[in-house]
Design a protein around this ligand. Structure first.
Ligand SMILES: Nc1ccn([C@@H]2O[C@H](COP(=O)(O)OP(=O)(O)OP(=O)(O)O)[C@@H](O)[C@H]2O)c(=O)n1
Ligand SMILES: [Mg+2]
Length: 405
């Protein structure tokens, strides 16, 4: 099969393929970009595989960076773009079910493709757009099937993360899982324990954000992968419940974690914090989700107050409302946004006064009293009880000082 319309991303990289070929080596586009082109999806990064060894690649190109030379990957810089060029390799020696530290370089494309995870990811494309399909990946793409290359047990023992990838691609592309591949995951699910949580996290989020998250979660449960995912092991019925929800569309990572925390009963900041720390999420994400969870509760109780809008900020509020809608009690988006926009100020920095001014005008010292006064002024402005101008604020502050003393 030949691709008639080669996407621009590949065209720009063609000189690199041709340079390798002119030097007497084989070179192909491989991996996700070939799969996504055949599916008519946008492509992310163009990966190149070659028979040239890393040292040979470095001799051929002027500008290279050793991005992962021990795995055979060299980055070639060309017209401001970076291309990962990876030497054909096998992963014959596996220690602890993670991708091996050292790989064996080979000169044959077939050897390289046969150790890749899924048939749909084991396609290669040459400079003319010809697809090299040694493992019936094209049929599986057409039939929408997730199938491991060769013996699934071997593939999953080489890298246990591939089990999560298989389920993730099923959800992402809305493909069905081949039964042998499914059984092999069930058999080897415990190997996921060896995998760094950061890598599992990437797959779990892609699964949730996929086209068919219901199916993805169902497979995640039926294969027992959930048992080896932090703080999920005792949540089978909650997860099952999610898998059977209708209209489950999860737009982003914030919604994903707010929704999951809520459904699994990790609702307080303490509980959700523990969950998300075990999954090693960023502090920024944790904070957003914790704020959103508080808002979900308030939306549910129809008790979202002006101060909640102000404290939360628009972005976590939106997250909360998307989750609330998934749960069946969301409010009107336009209303949410207009309530937020109606806030007299959105941030403390917008207050037309600060500690410095108060110290000068009121002759008070820095310290807890000052902090208290500023908080009170902020609250009054947010509530709409006090106009946000310096004169007003100083007058109110004077009143506060005199009642305080
Ligand atoms: N555990 C893994 C990870 C990757 N691969 C191979 O390396 C390619 C590139 O890997 P990666 O970029 O991680 O995945 P993609 O398939 O490109 O998917 P994505 O769109 O998520 O990048 C895959 O297509 C697959 O051939 C593999 O065999 N086993
Ligand atoms: Mg990729």
């Amino acid at each position: 099969m030949i691709i008639e319309k080669i996407p621009e991303e590949f065209k720009r990289a063609l000189p690199i393929l041709n340079t390798l070929k002119d030097a007497g080596y084989e070179a192909y586009f491989v991996g996700g970009s070939v799969r996504d082109t055949l599916l008519g999806l946008p492509i992310h990064d163009v990966d190149i595989a070659t028979s040239a060894y890393p040292e040979e690649v470095k001799q051929i190109f002027n500008k290279t960076v050793d991005t992962g030379i021990e795995h055979g990957t060299v980055m070639v810089l060309d017209h401001g773009e970076g291309y990962e060029i990876t030497t054909f390799r096998t992963e014959s020696t596996y220690q602890d079910y993670r991708r091996p530290e050292k790989v064996e370089f080979v000169r044959s494309l077939q050897e390289d493709l046969k150790r890749r995870d899924l048939t749909i990811n084991a396609l290669a494309m040459d400079a003319a757009g010809e697809i090299i399909d040694l493992f019936d990946g094209l049929t599986d793409l057409k039939m929408k099937v997730i199938r491991a290359v060769g013996d699934p047990n071997e593939r999953f023992n080489e890298d246990a993360l591939r089990m999560m990838r298989a389920v993730r691609f099923g959800s992402q592309l809305d493909f069905k899982m081949d039964s042998e591949t499914f059984m092999a995951i069930k058999k080897n699910a415990h190997l996921l324990e060896k995998i760094a949580i950061e890598r599992i996290h990437v797959e779990w989020v892609k699964l949730l954000l996929g086209k068919n998250p219901n199916q993805g979660i169902k497979e995640f449960l039926e294969t027992n992968l959930y048992k080896y995912s932090p703080k999920f092991e005792n949540k089978l019925s909650e997860l099952k419940d999610i898998a059977t929800m209708s209209h489950l569309i999860i737009p982003d990572e914030y919604v994903a974690w707010t929704f999951i925390s809520y459904k699994l009963g990790y609702v307080t900041s303490n509980e959700s914090g523990k969950l998300m720390k075990e999954w090693k999420l960023s502090n920024e994400l944790i904070k957003h989700v914790q704020t959103a969870l508080k808002c979900v509760e308030k939306i549910k109780r129809q008790n979202l107050q002006i101060d909640d809008y102000y404290q939360a900020g628009l972005s976590p509020l939106k997250t909360a409302n998307i989750v609330a809608k998934l749960l069946g009690f969301g409010i009107d988006d336009a209303l949410l946004e207009s309530q937020y926009n109606a806030l007299p100020i959105k941030d403390k920095a917008e207050l037309k006064i600060n500690g410095g001014i108060l110290i000068k005008k009121l002759n008070i010292k820095p310290g807890p009293q000052l902090g208290k006064i500023l908080k009170e002024l902020e609250k009054e402005v947010v509530q709409g009880n006090l106009k946000n101008n310096e004169g007003n604020l100083i007058k109110k502050a004077q009143d506060l000082v005199s009642t305080d003393n």
